[in-house]
Design a binder for this molecule. Structure first.
Ligand code: ADP
Length: 430
C-alpha cells in the first residue's frame, strides 16, 4: 500500500503544480478549483473501488468480476485468489466428509456418534434399523430418550464400557445386538452396534448340543455302571446274570447307535458337496421296500407307488440313508396292521420322494422342531423303538446338501407324510 500512498502524493503534487501557475497567472479561485477537482477525482476513484470491495465482501463470488485499476487491481487479485483457494479447500473438505459419511453408511455394523450429553450427532442406516432411529428427526436428541431399554440406559449411565452390552433388539424381538461404546475426541462417544444374532444362535445350539449328547450318553452309561457294580458285588445265578448281560448289551447298542448317528452327522456336515452319481430309483425303491419289510417283520403292509419314471442325481449313499431313515420311522411309529407307502413322482420340473404311513401321527406343534437334534415327541417311545433323536436331523442335512426340502404333514392318530422335494437340477430322465 506504500506504493499507492506515494502515487497519491505524487498525483496531489502534480495537481498542485498545474494549479499553482493557473492560480498565479489566471485567477486564484481557478487554481484552487483545479486542485480540488483533481483531489476529488482521486477520492471518487478510491471510493468507487472501496464500494466495490464492500459489496463483494458481503457476498464473495469467485468469478472474474472483481477487477480494479491501479493498486486496487493488486488488492482485488490477492483477495480473489485467497477466496478461490478457500473455496477449493472447503470443496475438498466437503468431498472428504461426504466420503467418510458414505463409508459410515456402507458399514454393516451400526454406528452412532454421541456428544458429551449423549445427544445424537450422526448415525448410519444400519443403526437406524437396529435401534429404530430416524437421523433426520432424531439428530440432537438424547439417545436415552429414543432407546429406552432399561439395560441400555443403565449401561450408558454407568459409563463402564470395558464389556459390550448385549441387547435384544426392540423392533425384531429375535435380533441380538452387541453394543460397544468407544470414547473419542475427548468427551464424545462412538457406539458400534454388531448384530450377533447368528453367533448367539450358534452358541446356544452348541451348548444345547453338548448338554444333549452328555445327557443321552449318561443314561445308558448309568445303567451299564449299575449292572456292573451289581455283578461285582452280588452273587447272582446264571439266569439273572444272562438277563443283566442282555440289558447291558441293549444299552451299549444304544450308545453305539448314538455315536454312529453323531459321526454320520458330523461327516456330512464337513463333507464336500455331494457327488453327482445317477441314483437308480427303481433299484432304490426296491431296496427300501425290502428293508421296511424286514424291519416290520410282516406286521405292516408296505406299498410302493411309482410310475417308474425319473432318477435322482446326487450321493447314492446319503440319499439311501436319508430315505431309509424316513421309511424306518414310518414303520417304527406305525402300529401293527398299518400301511407304509413309498411314493416316487418325477417330472421335468422336479421330483418328490414321500413316505406315507397310517401311524400314530404328530401334533402340529411339534412339526417345526422335529428336525432339531435329539428332539423327540415322546422320548420313551422313541427309545423303545430304538431311536436316537438324530434321524430327521441327518435327513434334513442330507436333503439340504441336495437342494431338496423336507415337508412334513401329519394328523395325530391318523398318520404322517414325510416328503423330500428335489429341484429339476437333481432329476434325471424324467
Ligand atoms: P428318532 O430316532 O427318535 O425316531 P427322529 O429324528 O428320526 O428321531 O425323529 C424325531 C421324532 O419325530 C421322533 O422321536 C418321533 O417322535 C417323530 N417322528 C418321526 N417320524 C415319525 C412318524 N413317521 N410318525 C410319527 N412320529 C414320527
Amino acid at each position: 500500500m506504500s506504493g499507492e500512498l506515494i502515487r497519491a502524493v505524487l498525483l496531489a503534487c502534480l495537481a498542485a503544480l498545474i494549479a499553482l501557475p493557473v492560480g498565479h497567472f489566471a485567477a486564484p479561485w481557478m487554481g484552487w478549483t483545479l486542485f480540488c477537482v483533481s483531489l476529488g477525482l482521486q477520492l471518487a476513484f478510491h471510493f468507487r473501488n472501496f464500494a466495490r470491495l464492500d459489496r463483494w465482501s458481503r457476498a464473495p463470488v469467485v468469478d472474474a468480476s472483481l477487477e480494479g485499476a491501479g493498486a486496487w487491481d493488486g488488492v482485488f487479485g490477492r483477495l480473489y485468489r485467497h477466496e478461490k483457494d478457500l473455496r477449493a479447500q472447503i470443496d475438498q473438505r466437503d468431498r472428504e466428509i461426504a466420503m467418510l459419511i458414505a463409508a459410515g453408511q456402507a458399514l454393516t455394523d451400526g454406528v452412532v456418534l454421541l456428544d458429551r450429553n449423549d445427544q445424537i450427532l450422526f448415525c448410519n442406516r444400519t443403526a437406524e434399523m437396529q435401534l429404530g432411529l430416524v437421523i433426520r428427526t432424531d439428530r440432537g436428541q438424547p439417545i436415552m430418550n429414543l432407546v429406552r431399554r432399561p439395560e441400555f440406559v443403565a449401561y450408558l449411565k454407568a459409563a463402564d464400557f470395558t464389556q459390550p452390552l448385549t441387547l435384544r433388539s426392540d423392533r425384531a424381538e429375535d435380533r441380538v445386538l452387541s453394543i460397544y461404546v468407544i470414547p473419542y475426541a475427548g468427551d464424545r462417544r462412538l457406539m458400534q452396534i454388531k448384530d450377533v444374532t447368528q453367533t448367539d444362535r450358534l452358541d446356544r445350539m452348541r451348548r444345547d448340543f453338548v448338554a444333549n449328547v452328555s445327557h443321552e450318553l449318561r443314561t445308558p452309561l448309568t445303567v451299564l455302571a449299575g449292572f456292573l457294580e451289581t455283578l461285582q458285588e452280588i452273587e447272582v445265578d446264571r439266569d439273572e446274570r444272562m438277563r443283566y448281560l442282555s440289558l447291558m448289551s441293549e444299552q451299549s447298542q444304544r450308545m453305539q447307535s448314538i455315536v454312529q448317528d453323531l459321526l454320520t452327522l458330523s461327516s456330512i456336515e464337513s463333507a464336500p458337496p455331494p457327488e453327482n452319481e445317477l441314483v437308480d430309483m427303481a433299484t432304490l425303491l426296491d431296496k427300501l421296500r425290502r428293508d421296511a419289510e424286514a424291519l416290520s417283520g410282516g406286521k405292516h403292509q408296505i406299498v410302493v407307488d411309482s410310475d417308474g419314471r425319473g432318477d435322482l442325481r446326487g450321493s447314492a449313499a446319503e440319499l439311501t440313508s436319508a430315505f431309509g431313515n424316513l421309511v424306518g420311522n414310518a414303520v417304527r411309529y406305525t402300529p401293527a396292521g398299518g400301511t407304509v407307502r413309498l411314493v416316487w413322482k418325477a417330472s421335468p420340473q422336479g421330483a418328490e420322494f414321500a413316505v406315507e404311513d397310517t401311524g400314530i401321527g404328530i401334533d402340529p406343534k411339534h412339526i417345526p422342531r422335529l428336525t432339531e437334534r435329539f428332539y423327540r415327541v415322546d422320548r420313551g417311545r422313541s427309545r423303545d423303538a430304538g431311536g436316537t433323536g438324530l434321524g430327521l436331523a441327518i435327513v434334513k442335512h442330507s436333503l439340504n446338501r441336495h437342494q431338496a426340502q423336507l415337508d412334513i404333514t401329519s394328523t395325530p392318530g391318523k398318520g404322517s407324510r414325510f416328503a423330500a422335494r428335489f429341484p429339476a437340477s437333481r432329476v434325471a430322465d424324467a
